[in-house]
Design a binder for this molecule. Structure first.
Ligand code: ZN
Length: 322
């Protein structure tokens, strides 16, 4: 949020009797007896904030249809949906400070009145009690929850971290080497048929990363990088052996071993007679690396998903004080 937007939110918060936290771009507090959060960091524009009401009812919850209907005759409401606790309103896009604040106030008033009309009371979404609550980020969502419910959310996340296994890197490297050997064998055995390059590359990535995870207990970004280095080296080695076999094939001399071929190959690098051989060597090598990378993608995705999950609980007020 830039300074101009912040100033507008300060004014909105003052008008609505809410407290503004510039760092997160949210305003929170009680509006017409309901706990409410205005999230300005919702979507693409700070001028289409999400307003969440936290309430509960003993009777029936409002339906999505009823929610949609509250837009009728209210310019400021872009969308309204029921959530697990109360309702949430997306404010309509508009231009101009006064109009924006007007739209937000309309949304707040209409939302609170709608909840009252439908028998809702202010409540903490964790325990449904009407007690004092503070703004927190739980499961990636901003909520007004009581201290007790926030405490148990933190406790739960701690327990998740306790059962989180420790990474045993040395064993992991052993596993990765073992996995890459499987991949290398695959490259050499299947290497004579061009189309299986893809399979060999995928096997290399999967075997290396899976065995790293199996032996180390878990895969971290550091483990992923170690595995990647092993993969790059082993893929090159296997591809090299593979080509040495091809290199040696036309030479039928029994005393010309594979080892001799491997030693002689680099000396032919600038030999025009081996231009085609060189072109094929690098052509397949890059293709192989491409498939190794493709095989890594699912692991990279799961790594980042986990990282995001770890950052989902935070105390807003405390973050601001730091
Ligand atoms: Zn609670």
């Amino acid at each position: 949020m830039n300074k101009n937007v912040q100033a507008i939110y300060e004014e909105l918060s003052a008008t609505a009797g809410l407290t503004f936290i510039p760092k997160q771009g949210i305003a929170y507090g009680k509006f017409d007896s309901f706990n409410v959060i205005i999230n300005g960091n919702n979507g693409t524009s700070p001028f289409t904030p999400l307003i969440s009401f936290f309430a509960s009812t003993d009777g029936e919850s409002v339906t999505a249809e009823e929610c949609r209907n509250i837009r009728n005759g209210v310019d400021g409401i872009g969308d309204c949906k029921p959530n697990a606790e109360g309702i949430e309103i997306t404010v309509c896009m508009c231009s101009g400070k006064d109009k924006f604040i007007g739209y937000c106030m309309d949304s707040l008033k209409t939302g609170a009145q709608f909840l009252k009309d439908n028998g809702y009371k202010n409540a903490c979404p964790g325990c449904n009690r009407d007690i004092s609550a503070s703004p927190q980020k739980i499961g990636g969502t901003y909520m007004m929850v009581c201290d007790e419910c926030y405490g148990s959310a933190v406790e739960r996340s701690k327990q998740l971290k306790l059962v989180d296994k420790k990474e045993r890197s040395v064993l992991g490297v052993f596993g990765a080497v073992l996995g890459s050997v499987i991949g290398a064998v695959c490259i050499v055995l299947l290497g004579h048929f061009g189309y299986v390059t893809a399979i060999s590359g995928l096997v290399m990535a999967f075997a290396t990363l899976l065995l790293y995870r199996l032996f180390s207990g878990k895969l971290t970004i550091r483990g992923g990088i170690i595995s990647l280095v092993i993969m790059i080296l082993m893929t090159f080695a296997a591809h090299y052996v593979n080509n040495a076999i091809l290199f040696r094939a036309p030479i039928s001399l029994a005393e010309y071993t594979l080892w001799d071929a491997m030693k002689e190959m680099p000396t032919k690098y600038f030999d025009p007679a081996f231009r085609e051989f060189r072109r094929r060597f690098f052509g397949y090598l890059w293709l192989l690396y491409l498939y190794v990378f493709v095989g890594c993608v699912p692991f990279i995705v799961s790594l980042f998903r986990k990282k995001r999950a770890e950052n989902q609980i935070a105390t807003l007020g405390r973050e601001e004080n730091e």
